[in-house]
Design a protein around this ligand. Structure first.
Ligand code: SF4
Ligand code: SF4
Length: 388
């Protein structure tokens, strides 16, 4: 049985968040738990979600108040704390400055790691991936505490504690992994292996204001008033997805792969939720990004023809597009699955769906949310039939 702490926190007030997190640690075992988690003289790395360069109150990134509250607690156990991430697009330092994390870190003497230096890591006990280039600072930390944001995600349906460590892969190398793992099930296995390689020790999920709809960057804020903490990343995610509307956590790709690969604790019956009752914390009418069963794990055995018919496609919201071309730039396919086509005085993306691997990096990183995912009519129909 794996413990997670589920806490209600109504606002981003640093004293309140700190109080709630302290309650959470108390539920998990208090001082003894923390001493074990952070042995004396440990080098601790905090890994927030800094997906892109965002303003302070943006629901895309981990809130600076949660970050500060975590630091206040962790600094009682370590005097060697750093933080870092590698955004999907843009400079990590700029991202840390814009969203307020850098200012907080400077105030508490927490070092910034830009995740630009990597180390090559071999993994023997992996599910799928045997070797990696991982941000040196993440790999060399004694304790990695993940600080994910609770959000929807076009490819993974949901992003939280497991997916957050994708940012430990430096910069553009992230795109390479999309090309190497074009099918969602292998991509999710890769995420699990990545966490084994990084050795992520603990997660504190920021769901005070979560993101629904067209996540992970262009959805809408949703006030969930929720914090979830635990040593098991999958148990934290399993609890979070049940709160937003997946009654069965196995309906989300990462947790399905984790369960099949016996990686971590996934099933509700194996998770002991401490603190608030799950039922009382469930979000109402939370707009999921995608919902469907294993049917939607489009794998290479499915022909391009069938894949094109049933998989969701990136689709342009033309009124929002500013013609910046970032979607083409971040597409990991070579040649790009996107051409920029000029119409009048603006260029818009046009997709070559035979080339597209549905990684949804274009949707994830469009700066104005001009890309969404849409199922074909057949896809929609099969989605309804796909009740397991
Ligand atoms: S879809 Fe988004 S990323 Fe692509 S050109 Fe338009 S605004 Fe830029
Ligand atoms: S077009 Fe978009 S979804 Fe398709 S491969 Fe490129 S980035 Fe991924």
């Amino acid at each position: 049985m794996e413990n997670v702490a589920l806490l209600k926190c109504m606002e981003y007030d640093v004293d309140l968040v700190e109080k709630k997190l302290r309650q959470g640690f108390e539920l998990l075992g208090g001082n003894d738990f923390l001493r074990k988690l952070i042995p004396k003289d440990s080098k601790v790395l905090l890994k927030p979600n800094m997906l892109s360069i965002e303003n302070k109150e943006s629901p895309v990134v981990t809130h600076y108040v949660v970050f500060e509250a975590v630091i206040r607690i962790i600094m009682e156990y370590s005097n060697d704390i750093s933080f870092g991430d590698s955004p999907g697009f843009g400079d990590s330092r700029k991202a840390a400055e814009r969203c307020g994390l850098m200012e907080v870190a400077n105030r508490y003497g927490v070092k910034f790691e830009d995740f630009k230096q990597s180390v090559h890591v071999k993994l023997d006990n992996s599910i799928l991936c045997k070797s990696w280039d991982i941000a040196k600072a993440a790999f060399e930390a004694d304790v990695v505490i993940s600080l994910p944001k609770l959000k929807t995600h076009a490819m993974a349906y949901y992003t939280g504690a497991v997916k957050n460590q994708f940012g430990c892969i430096p910069g553009t190398q992230k795109a390479t992994w999309h090309t190497r793992m074009p099918d969602a099930n292998n991509f999710c296995k890769m995420l699990l292996d990545l966490n084994t390689a990084v050795g992520t020790n603990f997660a504190i999920l920021d769901g005070i204001i979560a993101m629904e709809g067209n996540g992970p960057k262009s959805g809408n804020p949703y006030k969930m008033n929720t914090l979830i903490m635990g040593k098991s990343l999958t148990a934290v995610d399993s609890t979070a997805v049940r709160l937003i509307g997946y009654d069965n956590p196995l309906d989300t790709p990462v947790l399905k792969e984790a369960y099949d690969s016996k990686w971590g604790v996934v099933l509700p019956g194996d998770i002991n939720i401490l603190g608030e009752k799950l039922e009382s914390m469930k979000a109402k009418n939370f707009k999921l990004c995608r919902k469907g069963g294993n049917f939607y794990f489009i794998n290479p055995k499915v022909t391009n023809f069938l894949r094109g018919m049933i998989a969701p496609n990136p689709t342009l919201i033309i009124d929002k597009c500013i013609g910046c071309g970032r979607c083409k730039e971040v597409c990991p396919e070579k040649p790009s699955a996107i051409d920029m086509v000029t119409q009048g005085h603006i260029s818009n993306p046009k997709w070559n769906m035979n080339q597209c691997i549905r990684c949804f990096c274009c949707q994830e990183l469009c700066p104005v949310g001009a890309i969404e995912t849409k199922y074909s009519n057949l896809g929609k129909l099969l989605s309804k039939l796909d009740k397991r």
